[in-house]
Design a protein around this ligand. Structure first.
Ligand SMILES: *[C@@H]1O[C@H](CO)[C@@H](O)[C@H](O)[C@H]1NC(C)=O
Ligand SMILES: *[C@@H]1O[C@H](CO)[C@@H](O)[C@H](O)[C@H]1NC(C)=O
Ligand SMILES: *[C@@H]1O[C@H](CO)[C@@H](O)[C@H](O)[C@H]1NC(C)=O
Ligand SMILES: *[C@@H]1O[C@H](CO)[C@@H](O)[C@H](O)[C@H]1NC(C)=O
Ligand SMILES: *[C@@H]1O[C@H](CO)[C@@H](O)[C@H](O)[C@H]1NC(C)=O
Ligand SMILES: *[C@@H]1O[C@H](CO)[C@@H](O)[C@H](O)[C@H]1NC(C)=O
Ligand SMILES: *[C@@H]1O[C@H](CO)[C@@H](O)[C@H](O)[C@H]1NC(C)=O
Length: 695
C-alpha cells in the first residue's frame, strides 16, 4: 500500500498535468555550488566549481558553507581509504565495519566530506539515497556527495515506505547531502587519484535563495495525517515551528502563506465513484484517499474539505491582521481531530475554530460563508488560487511544487529535512545581508563557539590569525590576542606578534624577579622562574682559586653568571640553546691559559698592583706603565651601550605607534562585518527533473 503523499502526488498529478495544463509543468532542481578550495593547482583547474543538487532530506546549511577534506572509499582507490568489496563505495553497508573499517569519528580536527557512488541503474543494485547518507554520517564524515552513474541531476528524496528505518533517516540525518553528475564525480575522483595531496572542497549554500528585505515564505501541506513517517514528521514540525513562525510574522520580518496541493478529476470521470469519493465541487478539487481504500475509512473529499477549511481560517485570520493564528488552528486540529481517533472532520474542526476564536476576531458564520457548499458545481477562488500558485512562475524562477510537504522561500524551494532548525536557517538565509533579524543568530550556527569548527581551525593557525569571527555564512580568522594586524605593501593582511616582554608595562610579577625571565611567545608570553645560578655550585666547574691579595685571601672564580644574556634571549623569543647560563672566563687581572681542554687562569701581574674590578695593572714600583688592554675594552663597551640605548628609544617609539594600531584593531571588532565574499556563491540554476524513487 502506498500512503506517502509524495508518491501519490506524482502518480495523480501526472494525470492532472496531462488534462489540465497546456504548459508543461517544471520541477526545479535546487542547486548550490561545490568548489575545490585546496590545493591551489586543483582549484585553478575548476575555477567555476560544480553544481550540486540538494537532497530533500538531511541538514542543508542554507546561507553557509561546509569546507572539508574529500574522501572516497573504493577497493581500487588507494587515495584515502580502501575497502572491500568493491561496491563499498555505494555506502550501502555500515562503513565502520567495512574491511578495513572506515571510521572518521575520532578524527575530530578534520572535517571529511565523503564521495559515494549512486551505483548502477539496475534495480536492487544499490540502496536508497537516505541509507547511503546515513552510513556516511555514521562513519563520521560531515557531508555526503552522491555521484550519479550518468550525466543527469536529480533531487534525492527520502524513501517513501512507512517503517521505522525511514523515520530514522528523516529525523536523524544531521549532515547535508548533495548529488552531482558523473562528469563532476569523475573530475573529483581524478583530483584525488594522484594521492599525494589532500583535496579540500567547499559546499556552498549561500546564494541558493533569492534575498529580500522581508522574506516571503509558503508552506505547502495537506491536512491528511495518515501518510506514515512523512506526516508524523510534518506534524512535529508544525508544532515546533509555531512560536518561530508567530514571532517572525508578528514582527513583519516575514510574510507567511499556507498552501494546499489540489488534485483534479478529469472531466469525463467526474461522475465516477473514484471522483465522487475523492473530490468536492463536482470533481474540481480532489485529494487522494488517505488509506487508499475508497470504501473504508476517511475519503479524499474529507481531506480536501478540511484543506479548504484551513485555507479559509487563514484568509479570515489574515483579514483580521493576525495571519499566524493559522498555526494555532492546525496544531490544535492535529492534536484533537486526528484520523486515528476518528475525530477528523467538520464537527471537530468547528470546535477548534471556536477555541482559537475565543476573543471573537471572526465568526463561525464568516468561516462557513468562506467555505461554501461542498457539493456546489462551481469553482472556489481560494482553491483556484492554490492551483495557480502550485505551478510556480518560470520567469521568476520558482518551480512547480511536486513534493509534500514543501517550503518555498522567496519563490525558491527549500530542500532538506522538515525540522525547525533547518527551516529557520533557510528562512534566515532569505534576508538581504544586514537585514537579518537578531532572532536569526541562533539559527545560523556559531562556528566560533568554543570547540566549534571555526574556533578550532583558527586556533590551529600559525600565522597569528587565531581569532574566529562569525560571518553567519561561515567564519573568518583574524589576528588573535597578542598580535596586531599589519598591511603588507602587497595589500595582504598579516598579523605581527606583539612582544609583551618589551612592551607591556605590567608584566606578571613572576616574570620580573631577580632570577626570573619573560619569554616571548607568538601571541603571548610566559614567565620562566627559578633560573638556577650555576656559579653557586662549585663555580660551575670553572677554574677557581683562593689567592692572597695584599695579605688577605680572596676567592677568584672563572665562573660568570650569564643571566642577563639568557633573559635577553628569552625576551626576544630567541632560542636559548646557544645561551649557556654560565660561561668560564677569567676574572679581571687574569689571563687564560688552556690546559688539557680546561681554562686555567694566571695573574697577568702581581695581584697586589691590579685593580680587581677592571683588571688594570698599575705600575709596580720600578715597572713600566701604560693603559692595559682592559681599559680599551671598557671604552668600546661603553660605546656599544650608548648605541644600544638609542636603539631602545627608537623601539619605544615604534611600540607606541603599534599600540595605537592595536586599539584600532580592537575597535574594528565592534564595527559591522564585511559583506560575505560575493564571488564564493554560485547561483542556483534551473534544471529539469529526472525523478527518482529515493534510489
Ligand atoms: C555536469 O555538471 C557540471 C557542473 O558540475 C556541468 O558543467 C556539466 O555540464 C554537467 N554535465 C552534463 C552532461 O550535464
Ligand atoms: C556488493 O558486492 C557483493 C559481492 O561482490 C554482494 O554480495 C553485495 O550484495 C553487493 N552489495 C551491494 C550493495 O551492491
Ligand atoms: C534518532 O534520534 C532520536 C532523538 O534524538 C534518538 O532518540 C534515537 O535513538 C535516534 N535513532 C537512531 C537510530 O539513532
Ligand atoms: C506589520 O504590518 C502591518 C500591515 O502592514 C501593520 O499594521 C503592523 O503594525 C505591522 N507590525 C509591526 C510590528 O510592525
Ligand atoms: C476496503 O475496505 C473494505 C471494508 O473494510 C474491505 O472489505 C476491502 O477488502 C478493502 N479493500 C482493499 C483494496 O483493501
Ligand atoms: C511571473 O514573474 C514575473 C517576474 O517576477 C512577473 O512579471 C509575472 O507577472 C509573473 N507571472 C505570473 C503568472 O504570476
Ligand atoms: C575576512 O577577513 C579578511 C581579512 O581581514 C577580510 O578581507 C575579509 O573581507 C573577511 N571576510 C569576511 C567574510 O568577513
Amino acid at each position: 500500500m502506498v500512503r506517502s503523499p509524495a508518491l501519490l502526488l506524482a502518480a495523480v498529478l501526472a494525470t492532472a498535468a496531462l488534462c489540465a495544463a497546456p504548459v508543461a509543468a517544471r520541477f526545479v532542481i535546487e542547486e548550490g555550488g561545490l568548489r575545490v578550495v585546496l590545493p591551489d593547482d586543483a582549484k585553478k583547474q575548476y575555477p567555476q566549481g560544480f553544481d550540486m543538487a540538494l537532497a530533500n532530506f538531511g541538514a542543508p546549511r542554507y546561507g553557509g558553507t561546509l569546507r572539508g577534506r574529500l574522501i572516497y572509499i573504493h577497493s581500487d582507490f588507494k587515495q584515502t581509504a580502501s575497502c572491500a568489496p568493491a561496491n563499498c563505495s555505494y555506502a550501502c553497508q555500515d562503513l565502520t565495519k567495512a574491511n578495513p573499517p572506515v571510521d572518521l569519528r575520532s578524527e575530530s580536527d578534520e572535517t571529511y566530506i565523503m564521495l559515494v557512488d549512486r551505483g548502477p541503474p539496475a534495480p536492487g543494485a544499490a540502496c536508497k539515497f537516505a541509507e547511503k547518507v546515513w552510513n556516511v554520517q555514521q562513519s563520521g564524515a560531515r557531508g555526503a556527495i552522491v555521484v550519479n552513474y550518468e550525466d543527469k541531476m536529480t533531487t534525492m528524496e527520502a524513501p517513501d515506505e512507512d517503517d521505522e528505518a525511514n523515520l530514522k533517516y528523516l529525523t536523524n540525518i544531521t549532515i547535508p547531502a548533495v548529488f552531482v553528475n558523473k562528469t563532476t564525480g569523475d573530475a573529483l575522483r581524478k583530483l584525488m587519484e594522484g594521492g599525494s595531496k589532500a583535496i579540500y572542497v567547499s559546499m556552498d549554500w549561500t546564494d541558493i535563495l533569492p534575498r529580500k528585505q522581508q522574506v516571503f515564505w509558503e508552506f505547502w501541506t495537506n491536512s491528511n495525517d495518515q501518510c506514515g513517517p512523512v506526516c508524523d514528521v510534518q506534524k512535529q514540525f508544525i508544532k515546533e515551528f509555531v512560536p518561530v513562525a508567530k514571532e517572525f510574522d508578528s514582527h513583519n520580518w516575514t510574510v507567511f502563506t499556507p498552501h494546499y496541493i489540489v488534485w483534479i478529476c478529469p472531466t469525463p470521470y467526474r461522475a465516477s465513484a473514484e471522483c465522487t469519493s475523492q473530490c468536492i465541487r463536482n470533481g474540481r478539487y480532489c485529494s487522494p484517499d488517505p488509506d487508499g481504500n475508497l470504501t473504508a475509512g476517511y475519503e479524499g473529499r474529507d481531506v480536501v474539505q478540511e484543506n479548504l477549511r484551513q485555507l479559509c481560517v487563514f484568509q479570515l485570520a489574515k483579514d483580521a491582521g493576525r495571519p499566524y493564528l493559522w498555526w494555532d488552528y492546525v496544531t490544535l486540529f492535529g492534536e484533537k481531530c486526528d484520523m486515528d481517533s476518528k475525530k477528523y472532520g467538520h464537527d471537530c474542526a468547528m470546535q477548534v475554530f471556536a477555541e482559537i476564536n475565543k476573543d471573537s476576531w471572526s465568526s463561525v458564520a464568516a468561516l462557513e460563508a468562506c467555505i461554501g457548499e461542498e457539493k456546489a458545481d462551481a469553482p472556489h477562488p481560494i482553491m483556484d488560487a492554490q492551483m495557480v500558485a502550485q505551478k510556480g512562475n518560470e520567469t521568476s524562477g520558482s518551480g512547480e511544487v511536486f513534493i509534500l510537504p514543501t517550503i518555498r522561500i522567496n519563490g525558491a524551494q527549500y530542500r532538506g529535512k522538515m525540522a525547525t532548525a533547518e527551516v529557520l536557517r533557510a528562512i534566515c538565509a532569505g534576508f538581504v545581508e544586514g537585514n537579518m533579524p537578531q532572532a536569526c543568530s541562533k539559527a545560523m550556527d556559531d562556528a566560533c563557539m568554543v570547540g566549534g569548527k571555526g574556533y578550532q581551525d583558527c586556533a590551529a593557525r600559525t600565522d597569528g590569525k587565531t581569532q574566529c569571527v562569525n560571518t553567519f555564512s561561515g567564519y573568518n580568522c583574524t589576528c588573535g590576542h597578542g598580535f596586531i594586524p599589519h598591511k603588507e605593501p602587497s595589500g595582504e593582511e598579516t598579523c605581527l606578534d606583539i612582544n609583551e616582554c618589551l612592551s607591556v608595562s605590567q608584566l606578571d610579577p613572576k616574570c620580573t624577579c631577580e632570577r626570573c625571565a619573560c619569554k616571548n611567545l607568538r601571541g603571548g608570553y610566559e614567565c620562566v622562574t627559578d633560573i638556577p645560578n650555576e656559579c653557586a655550585n662549585n663555580h660551575g666547574g670553572c677554574w677557581h682559586a683562593d689567592l692572597k691579595v695584599k695579605g688577605k685571601t680572596v676567592t677568584f672564580s672563572g665562573c660568570k653568571d650569564n643571566l642577563a644574556a639568557y633573559k635577553d634571549a628569552l625576551a626576544h623569543g630567541l632560542p636559548t640553546d646557544g645561551v649557556p647560563l654560565h660561561t668560564c672566563t677569567c676574572p679581571p687581572c687574569f689571563t687564560a691559559v688552556e690546559k688539557g681542554g680546561a681554562i686555567m687562569c694566571t695573574p697577568k701581574c702581581s695581584l697586589d698592583y691590579c685593580d680587581l674590578d677592571v683588571g688594570v695593572c698599575h705600575a709596580e714600583p720600578g715597572a713600566g706603565g701604560g693603559v692595559g688592554a682592559g681599559g680599551i675594552a671598557l671604552i668600546v663597551l661603553l660605546c656599544v651601550g650608548i648605541l644600544g640605548g638609542g636603539g631602545y628609544f627608537a623601539y619605544q617609539y615604534r611600540l607606541r605607534s603599534m599600540m595605537q594600531q592595536e586599539v584600532r584593531a580592537i575597535m574594528s571588532q565592534y564595527m559591522p562585518l564585511d559583506d560575505a565574499d560575493a564571488m564564493e556563491g554560485v547561483g542556483s540554476r534551473l534544471k529539469r527533473l529526472a525523478s527518482n524513487g529515493g534510489v
